[in-house]
Write a protein that binds this ligand. Sequence first.
Ligand code: AMP
Length: 193
Amino acid sequence: MKRLCVFCGSSAGHDPVFAAAARELGAAIARKRWGLVYGAGNVGLMGVLADAVLAAEGEVIGVIPEALVAKELAHRGLSELHIVASMHERKALMAELADGFVAMPGGFGTLDEFCEILTWAQLGLHRKPCGLLNVAGYFDPLLQQVERAVAGGFVRAEHQGLFVVETEPMKLLQRLVKFTPPKVEKWIRAEET
Ligand code: AMP
């Protein structure tokens, strides 16, 4: 693992426990000497996370669509900033640059990015480890929904093993290193998407 991609809120959330977790995750990534790949925002948990990695002299690579740069939402102190044309290009480039993925609390953007990366894993397009940082039980209802989807026959039971869940940042990073993805049938090749 050289670079970890983190998806998280462009808002900080009401409870300060979320920003504290973002700082802790940033410090843990830097302690492992991994680079951070993220959406390049200077707002919410995204900004807190990037600042924590930079404060520990870690590498931070941001990928942001030009429309968000125009709104002055890009962090200007990053090690590398990639400006792309669209949200779709951003997701593709973040996925290519990273060796693993973590989602921590966030809104629609975070859920979208995490579900898409899991969908790609389920299709056999990548075998990179994915994890959820379940801060203060934030993702409990999402985990229940996944159980519901398995029970209802919409998600295969073995696909629940496509991601790991932890409440402590450093423990999560250690789980990602040891992660062996479940066997998935390779339905399509990347060129076919
Ligand atoms: P959300 O969880 O809805 O706050 O969206 C956060 C996710 O969507 C991040 O991981 C980003 O990649 C992207 N995103 C949404 N809003 C912004 C923003 N203002 N600046 C940068 N990235 C954003």
